[in-house]
Write a protein that binds this ligand. Structure first.
Ligand code: ADP
Ligand code: MG
Length: 286
């Protein structure tokens, strides 16, 4: 039977927009000593925008139009930002075909008979190419390079605003004696900039979606009790691996299925309600 105090607390939780799908997860939350946040869409708005375009070959409009054509079939927020930016500049997008995407790397498609690839550091590495000089000044931005038949033709900078409540959430977790960490597929300089802005203790950057669960496991192997907070399909294995998986902002179906706790709000401070509820509910039990 469910102890009365637990039944009452899950009902209280529901009223606060916290759906507990795994009662033991709520109980474990009081012993969590590190909260690991996904960056994109969790600590940031998840709605990036193109801030800079750099052309190494051809014009900036060329680089942006080709990148947007290659990204047209991608569902990634970075792709949406690139397509939107091309439309805002009134560019005609050439047709594309043979689209492929590699999670944590980038996309590729044939655009006007040319293989166009768009992606981050892992894509450059795969092509044995170096970042363009001008991109070094884009500190804190997500940098993507655009390649045509394997040759770098330009680069894009994309910025994603930090959620206004994120700093307060980090401070309040610290006040409760909990370490705050961040995990992302994005590159280290971007991750470090966000972490510095928010006062986050530990950064795991450049982590491929399929490796996020293993990173959680590594923390656990070091004796930590880990809560993972994420929103995307990307995070499902990490949510499932964590001692407590929290899907934020109603998440995706996959994230919800992998989480013990679902937060209706996308406010990162809602994690605090779960900590406090767990501590208040289970303190007197044993
Ligand atoms: P996050 O962990 O922040 O959710 P992802 O794992 O989705 O990030 O992506 C990590 C990195 O992979 C991005 O920062 C980018 O470099 C590259 N990437 C992923 N999807 C795309 C795409 N559609 N176009 C270009 N680059 C991409
Ligand atoms: Mg994500």
């Amino acid at each position: 039977a469910i102890p009365l105090v637990v039944a009452i607390s899950t009902e209280r939780a529901a009223k606060a927009g916290i759906l507990v799908t795994d009662r033991l997860a709520l109980e474990r939350m009081r012993t969590v000593d590190v909260v690991l946040f996904d960056k994109t869409g969790t600590l940031t708005e998840g709605r990036p925008a193109v801030t800079h375009v750099l052309a190494a070959l051809g014009t900036e409009d060329d680089v942006l139009a080709r990148a947007a054509a290659a990204e047209a079939d991608s569902e990634h927020p970075l792709a949406a930002a690139i397509v939107r930016s091309a439309q805002e500049r009134g560019l005609d997008l050439p047709a594309s075909r043979d689209f492929t995407s590699t999670s944590g790397v980038g996309v590729e498609a044939e655009v006007d008979g040319v293989r166009v690839a768009v992606g981050g550091p892992a894509l450059l590495e795969a092509h044995g190419a170096a970042p363009l000089d001008g991109t070094h000044e884009w500190a804190g931005a997500t940098v993507l390079h655009v390649l045509a038949d394997g040759v770098v033709i330009g680069a894009l900078a994309l910025a994603d605003a930090v959620r206004p409540q994120a700093r307060e959430a980090v401070d309040a977790l610290h006040a409760r004696g909990i370490e705050v960490a961040m995990i992302t597929g994005d590159a280290e300089p971007v991750a470090k900039a966000v972490a510095a802005e928010l006062g986050i203790d530990r950064v795991l950057a450049g982590v491929k979606p399929q490796d996020k669960g293993a990173e959680v496991g590594r923390l656990q192997a070091g004796g930590r009790t880990v809560a993972m907070v994420g929103d995307g399909v990307n995070d499902a294995p990490a949510l499932a691996q964590a001692d407590v998986g929290l899907a934020i902002g109603a998440g995706t179906d996959v994230a919800i299925a992998s989480a013990g706790v679902v937060l209706a709000s996308d406010d990162p401070r809602s994690v605090l309600s779960v900590v406090d509820l767990s501590r208040a509910s289970y303190r007197k039990m044993k």
